[in-house]
Design a protein around this ligand. Structure first.
Ligand code: AMP
Length: 613
């Protein structure tokens, strides 16, 4: 705060939810939500594009969804920053049209007009902003916005874009569970390990956080971007459609049944059984009664999926269930009694319910907003990255520079070199994943470092620097240290990893560990053999050995090179490497031995070479 600006800066926290959104502001030691004129804090994340060109956002739009089913867009957050192929299954169930646009990104079409999901989110954010401004009687231009912990770069970037479109400066993207824990632990008296279980409308997140004297550290995160109350509604909708003998092809029927299913579900959180009267167009009303036990049997497999994620997060944090001091619930779907029961059964303690599960995320975001505005210096927030980041090296190995679950912001630098004499450019392929081979990981981006002066292979010293900022966005810089040439890239992939992919990639890495290890060893052996051949040649040129010794070393190096060229297997390569090694080693105190060793050390010190262009 400067002397000319004595008033604290006003920054709100916004929970941009799949189902509902809301804003909150710091108030005293805690925070308070900003309500609309009717005292409602939740703004449905729904936009209705009327045929006359007008647009209605929030509760009004939700009310219009039966009248204009194919013009009312909800759950846009499920589509944001994602490829059409990734959302095909969901799109089939949505009453509005979703298609694949540029770069295969999911787009929404309403009344012949095309919208990006971030535009729809921007309309929701504008409504949240207007509500907050009228509650405060003041203009707002900056916010902290929350996203699920497993949102990838593209989804985070798309959320930032939505904020910008809505006229808001996004000061920070914060993970939802982290924000919730912030709301929960604000008084600082609750040091310990907290498990945040966040089951909302469309996504599930679980995070393990360590709270220590006002410092929040995320130890691990896990979850599923395709799991939430919407899925409970979907199962109930199918049950209702079957009972009503109606088809799922009609947009009106779909919207009506979904709305009814949600009402029924909420009632079942309170009662042992609930009855629904459904009136479909041109049909007599039908009463459908569903018992809580039946509903619980339907959703049990989904709840078990969340419990499996809880176990994974605990294991990733290298803890056991006994180490968890508190369980915090976030998201409307945690009001389902079965969810609470299963958590209590599994973790041996009742979850905390002191924080309102619908408001916790926004309240925490407001506290973080206040910290970023510079008004509160007592808190520090640390987050982690979900999957390892690295580059492809010669032979297709994945060299990890930043390991998964590293606290962000984080950075790492490693040195590489070239594989071919006279190489003037190197291509850097950036990957994310847990497997040993790049082909089994997900490519995030690629760039070229040009302008290297032609040098013998192995001589250029290319420092590759990975920097993940506080928002989880990766920036990669490559510098050739001898010449100072530099190139860099900010990694915003065309579309990122879906959480299901993340989970699959992690499972894959465990299942294929042995096979990967063998493949990785083979690549390392080839790189070592190549380095030995090059090193021996260079050293021979410098040394003045007796001709017979020179001849036998040359012969052995040539044999090894031939094996390399013919793609020989690891066993044959190893024998040839050992032989060359023996020959160079027996020439005691000789220049070859020391030069080869030096050359090898250099190679190993600077790792294997990045893919040559
Ligand atoms: P959120 O994304 O956190 O706003 O959560 C919204 C989800 O919570 C929606 O699927 C709601 O239907 C669901 N929800 C809200 N209240 C209840 C309740 N009392 N019982 C069951 N689900 C609820």
């Amino acid at each position: 705060m400067s002397a000319t600006d004595p008033k604290p800066r006003l920054v709100v926290g916004i929970d941009l939810g799949t189902t509902n959104s809301l804003a909150a502001i710091r108030a005293g030691k805690g925070a308070r939500v900003l309500r609309d004129r009717d005292g409602e804090p939740l703004i449905p994340s729904v936009v209705c594009f009327l045929p006359n060109g007008e647009m209605v956002v929030g509760r009004g739009a939700k009310d219009l969804r039966l009248q204009h089913p194919d013009r009312t867009v909800f759950s846009a957050k499920r589509l944001i920053g994602r490829a059409g192929a990734e959302v095909d299954r969901e799109a089939a169930l949505l009453p509005y049209r979703v298609h694949r646009g540029d770069r295969d990104l999911a787009r929404i079409e309403v009344g012949g007009r095309d919208y990006a999901p971030e535009q729809v989110s921007a309309f929701v954010l504008q409504e949240v902003k207007a509500t907050a401004e009228s509650a405060l009687g003041q203009r707002i231009d900056a916010a902290v916005i929350t996203v699920p912990a497993w949102f990838d770069d593209a989804q985070r970037q798309a959320t930032r874009d939505a904020a910008q479109l809505a006229g808001l400066e996004c000061l920070r993207i914060v993970n939802e569970p982290t924000a919730a824990a912030l709301a929960y632990g604000i008084d600082g008296s609750k040091d310990g390990t907290v498990l945040v279980y966040d089951l909302g409308g469309g996504t599930f997140d679980v995070s393990i956080l360590r709270i220590d004297e006002g410092v929040f550290r995320v130890l691990s995160t896990s979850g599923d971007t395709h799991l939430g109350g919407d899925d409970f509604d979907q199962l109930l909708s199918e049950r209702i459609l079957a009972a009503a003998g109606a088809s799922a092809n009609d947009a009106y029927v779909l919207q009506a049944v979904r709305a009814a299913a949600e009402g029924l579900k909420i009632e079942l959180s309170q009662k042992e059984q609930a009855t629904l009267r459904i009136e479909l167009q041109d049909r007599a009303p039908i009463d459908i009664t569903i018992a809580r036990a039946e509903f619980e049997a339907m959703i049990a497999p989904l709840v078990e999926r969340t419990i499996a994620c809880v176990h994974r997060a605990i294991a990733d944090a290298k803890l056991t269930a006994d180490d968890i001091d508190d369980v915090v619930l976030v998201g409307g779907s945690t009001r389902v009694p079965l969810v609470r029961q299963r958590l209590e059964q599994d973790l041996g303690r009742a979850p905390q319910t002191g924080v309102d599960p619908d408001l916790a995320v926004a309240l925490g975001a407001a506290i973080q907003a206040d910290v970023l505005a510079g008004n509160d210096k007592s808190l520090l927030l640390l987050d982690v990255i979900p999957l390892s980041l690295g580059i492809e090296t010669l032979g297709g190995a994945m060299q990890k520079l930043i390991l998964r679950n590293s606290t962000i912001p984080t950075s790492s630098t490693e040195e590489f070199s070239t594989a071919v004499d006279g190489q003037t450019a190197v291509v850097l392929n950036i990957f994310q994943g847990e497997r040993e081979l790049a082909q089994d990981c997900r490519q995030l981006g690629s760039f070229t470092l040009h302008g290297l002066p032609p040098m013998p292979a192995g001589l250029p010293r290319i420092a590759v620097h990975f920097l993940v900022d506080a928002d989880g966005v990766l920036r990669v810089t490559a510098t050739e240290k001898r010449t100072g040439h530099e190139a860099s890239i900010q990694v915003v992939p065309t579309f990122g990893l879906s959480r299901d992919e993340v989970r699959r990639m992690m499972l894959d890495s465990i299942e294929n560990a042995q096979q990967d290890y063998v493949a990785r060893e083979a690549i390392d052996l080839r790189n070592k053999a190549q380095a030995m051949v090059t090193g021996t040649r260079k050293a021979l040129a410098l040394a003045s050995l007796p001709p017979d010794q020179t001849f036998s070393v040359q012969k052995s190096a040539r044999a090894l090179e031939k094996l390399l060229q013919s793609g020989a297997d690891a066993a044959a390569l190893k024998v040839a490497c050992d032989e060359l090694s023996k020959l160079t080693a027996t020439i005691a105190d000789d220049v070859i031995s020391s030069a080869v060793q030096r050359s090898l050390q250099e190679e190993q010190g600077s790792n294997t070479n990045p893919s040559a262009s």
